[in-house]
Design a protein around this ligand. Sequence first.
Ligand SMILES: [Zn+2]
Length: 290
Amino acid sequence: MPVEVPGGNGATYRVFDVHQHMPPVRPDGDPEPTPEKLQSRISLMDDWGIDWACLQAPGGWPPTVTSRVVNETLVAYRSSHPDRYIAAIGTVHALGGRREIEELERIAEEPLLDGVAWHHKLQGTNIDHPAMLDALRICQEAGLPAFIHCWQDSGPPEFPWRLADLAEKFPAVTFLALDSMSSMVHTGWLVQIAKHHPNIWFDTAMLSTSGKVLESIVNQIGDDRVLLGCNPFGENANFNYPAPIYDVLYASLPSESKEKILSLNALRLLGIDMPDQTASGNSVGEAPAT
Ligand SMILES: [Zn+2]
């Protein structure tokens, strides 16, 4: 079902949601639900006009489960719908010591996953904990992007200035600041920081729409580092409709910028060629002005 906003120029867009979480794993390590049963998420993507998604591990997981089990489950989810989940971002625990470093080395050496994500508040630590230095050294050597949650509600552990410190120490790592537009304060700080750190990119998850956020960011740092993120998690989703898609479509931005935000920037970040066809047959776009 095409999703259209009125009063546009008739342009249609392919949509790549760079921020989706797989459902949690149970304390015994089993996936919940099984990857084969995650058809409800695919149906929602069809309803919303999302062609492709980058799937992440959950931000936290039971202490009885290792990150390796989480990452292997993530690979199984992606493999269940490879034409829709065209990328997957693994995870390790920031405070897990040698075991987690070895798992990160496995991610770097084996062609399993496309990057590494952390949600530090859920791991009980800060974005810039010293343990992150060894992890990011591996990311830098392997060319793995680091997806870092900067969610307003996480408070001090995920304050944006902590990300600036890491971006300066690891200039060859691309940092995707997830949930970074979750408040005017976070957006304001991150845009100022990003002016000095070209390796910080943004996603639109948790978008706080007050203040024409997208137009403000594009005006200040351009349209090459803003990616669509909708952030469904759980078996289905934690919201009723994907607000960021509509905010991009309605934004006072040229079609070229919307195309970058809705798919091209994420494809470039992850080194993926544009798939030949939309897997869903859906589209989002701007209805011609009447
Ligand atoms: Zn997230």
